[in-house]
Design a protein around this ligand. Structure first.
Ligand code: ADP
Length: 194
């Protein structure tokens, strides 16, 4: 594995990004940075950012780009991200793809790969509904889940094509045991990054 790993993790809600991000980050020795987790922590902590984003996250809409982009720019400037990072949940639309490139360019960095975990819509809806019962996330009601999936299809799915054109896209099947999927991701990454 290369000494740095600057990666984004893509895939529909319910594909297992959060679970896999934590495992990959540990294996690669880089921080996993989840925009969804940062927003949730701020909402829970009652911060100004939390108050600003709650109206969007609670209905499954995207938070405005200027808010999200600033937050990611600050986070990627932290010392622990200097040797690499694994972004989970960002970029989430084509404009954010361009912004991420600018953020990295400003500090002379480039992306190594965009890892996409693929999963069927049927499977992800089922997983999300199950998770909703167990964890009770406020944006995990059925209608909000459906909206998140629509937003994904319209705004996020197209970014795979953008990364494919740049030869950065690495797709991995997300169906199977958690360990199996982690192994697939690491193997796909090793053959891509070299
Ligand atoms: P999911 O499980 O649906 O993938 P996340 O935990 O990644 O959800 O994100 C939860 C919510 O946080 C999203 O529905 C959205 O409102 C907001 N969010 C997260 N990342 C972004 C982003 N890159 N741009 C805009 N909004 C975001």
């Amino acid at each position: 594995m290369s000494s740095t790993a600057r990666l984004v993790l893509l895939g529909p809600p319910g594909a297992g990004k959060g679970t896999q991000a934590a495992r990959l980050a540990e294996q690669l020795g880089v921080p996993a940075i989840s925009t969804g987790d940062i927003f949730r922590a701020n909402i829970k902590g009652g911060t100004e950012l939390g108050r600003k984003v709650q109206e969007y996250t609670s209905r499954g809409a995207l938070v405005p780009d200027e808010v999200t982009n600033e937050m990611v720019r600050d986070r990627l400037a932290q010392p622990d991200a200097a040797q690499g990072f694994l972004l989970d949940g960002y970029p989430r639309n084509v404009a954010q793809v361009a912004e991420l490139e600018r953020i990295l360019e400003e500090t002379g960095r480039t992306l190594d790969a965009a890892l996409e975990i693929t999963a069927d819509a049927d499977v992800v809806v089922e997983r999300l509904l199950k998770r909703a019962q167990i964890e009770g996330r406020e944006d995990d009601t059925e209608s909000v889940i459906r909206h998140r999936l629509d937003v994904y299809a319209e705004q996020t799915a197209p970014i795979s094509d953008v990364y494919a054109e740049r030869d950065l896209l690495v797709q991995v099947d997300g169906i199977g045991a958690v360990d199996e999927v982690t192994e697939r991701l690491l193997a796909a990454l090793a053959s891509h990054v070299g």
